[in-house]
Design a protein around this ligand. Structure first.
Ligand SMILES: Nc1ncnc2c1ncn2[C@@H]1O[C@H](COP(=O)(O)OP(=O)(O)OP(=O)(O)O)[C@@H](O)[C@H]1O
Ligand SMILES: [Mg+2]
Length: 448
């Protein structure tokens, strides 16, 4: 059977009310029992005093007369029977066993020392038939038990009905979700007229829809960007081929030139496709060649060796600060760094210095890679978008034939593969872009 809040709460309520009523019943039963006990005690005490007085007052009478007075008194007292013991434990008055056939009786002993004169008495034993009271007590107990069970069942039915009634808004909310139109991800479920308890659920649902909407928009813009980026070189290739085909006697030199430029276009398209494939594989976590690198400065130096010619071309210097060890995929780290450094070279002021910092982050167990260059600051509004695929600050795609806005998206994907995040800051005319990564398993780092 499926779990049901209504069923569970009505069951819990009925158990609680059975326990509650049960406790009251036990208390009530106990009170009646106590009251009966006190009453029996008082009756027996009073009877004992009365018998004692009769014996004291009539001590000079003949025993038969004296016992006759006691008989008269007991007749008036109703269900109390008496027995008088002499000094030598002999029974002076009454039967050997008081009320021998009665199941529920109450007994009481009272000292008669000093009474009896020539027939000295020791004590008076009284017994009282309490069967009727016991019956009443049992009846009360049964009434309380039945009342507790009936009350519990009643509460179960009532709370089940109430719970179902109170949970109606939840069913309504379920129906609203079922009828939610996925083609309109801007729509939200309103919290007005809904019970307070549902607010957090509705808010979370609305947030989720908001996020799904964002992803949907990103996917749409990603698709249109891909189409746009590939469309431009494909169109120019198509036009160029058509023109070449129209030429009757094409000049071999001209043909060679055209082929050369076509090859460049094809290589450009290939780069875009390779970058997109990389992003897709990275988002599926397909890279896992992680090894401990004792000196992260080493992959940095390898990248900088490749970049030497580019640095010289713009008369740029380069400085490396700090070092650290971490468990990383070296090839991916080099790829991220070369994307950052190639951007820095492109945007750095001529003759300036590019700084690369490898620092232990203030967040425990993390390393930060930062590439800084002197140049024009990135507008604050653009910073949050820098790591989105195909995003370029100037967005003038025509001028950026070789740059597609994929470099920083790849940096971000590599950072996330290493348990870190990318970041970008502008400080005066210094642009600092980098990423964090988790150092990885501390035991393997210690070995390194
Ligand atoms: N060091 C920097 N200084 C100023 N702007 C930068 C810097 N690095 C990146 N940017 C801005 O961020 C944008 C995105 O960078 P990204 O590396 O993703 O793309 P790209 O360099 O234009 O193209 P790709 O890397 O695909 O060749 C760039 O177009 C540029 O506008
Ligand atoms: Mg780039």
């Amino acid at each position: 059977m499926r779990r049901s809040i209504a069923r569970r709460s009505s069951f819990q309520m009925s158990i609680l009310s059975i326990v509650g009523v049960g406790l009251i019943a036990v208390f009530g039963y106990h009170c009646v029992w106590m009251w009966q006990e006190v009453r029996h005690q008082e009756t027996l005490e009073r009877a004992a005093n009365a018998v004692e007085q009769v014996l004291a007052r009539n001590s000079e009478l003949m025993p038969t007369e004296m016992w006759g007075r006691v008989d008269e008194l007991l007749l008036n007292l109703g269900n109390v029977r008496a027995k008088v013991h002499g000094e030598n434990d002999q029974v002076l008055y009454g039967p050997q066993v008081l009320l021998s056939k009665v199941k529920h009786k109450k007994t009481y002993m009272h000292s008669l020392v000093g009474l009896g004169g020539t027939m000295p008495m020791r004590d008076l034993e009284l017994a009282m038939d309490v069967s009727e009271d016991k019956k009443f007590l049992n009846f009360i107990g049964a009434v309380f038990a039945v009342a507790a069970v009936v009350w519990g069942l009643f509460i179960m039915l009532l709370s089940g009905t109430l719970a179902r009634f109170e949970l109606k808004p939840l069913n309504k909310f379920g129906r609203k979700i079922a009828s939610f139109d996925p083609s309109d991800l801007t729509a939200r479920i309103k919290t007005e007229h809904e019970p307070e308890e549902l607010y957090p659920v509705i808010e979370q649902f609305n947030k989720l829809i908001g996020k799904v909407g964002q992803y949907h928009d990103q996917l749409r813009s990603f698709n249109s960007n891909v189409a746009h980026e590939l469309n431009t070189p494909l169109s120019s290739l198509t036009v160029s081929h058509e023109l070449l085909l129209r030429e009757k006697n094409p000049d071999p030199e001209h043909l060679k030139e055209a082929l050369h430029s076509h090859l460049e276009e094809l290589q450009r398209m290939n780069r875009i496709i390779q970058s997109m494939l990389f992003l897709s594989h990275a988002s599926q976590g397909q890279y896992n060649d992680f090894r401990v690198v004792a000196k992260l400065s080493e992959p940095v130096m390898t990248v900088m060796d490749y970049m030497e010619a580019m640095l010289e071309e713009k008369n740029l210097q380069f400085e490396l600060h700090g070092d650290a060890s971490a468990r990383v995929d070296s090839e991916l780290i080099k790829r991220a760094l070369s994307n950052l450094v190639s951007n820095a070279i492109r945007y750095a002021e001529e003759g300036s210095t590019i700084h690369i910092h490898i620092d232990n982050s203030t967040v425990a167990g993390q390393v930060l890679f930062t590439v800084s260059n002197k140049g024009v600051c990135i507008p604050a509004a653009s910073v949050p978008h820098l790591f989105e695929p195909f995003y370029r600050v100037d967005q003038s795609r025509n001028e950026s034939g070789h740059n597609h806005g994929l470099g920083l998206a790849i940096v971000a994907a590599i950072a996330r593969l290493h348990g870190g995040e990318p970041f970008a800051q502008c400080d005066g005319d210094w642009v600092r872009i980098g990423f964090s990564l988790k150092k990885g398993d501390s035991s393997s780092l210690a070995e390194a």
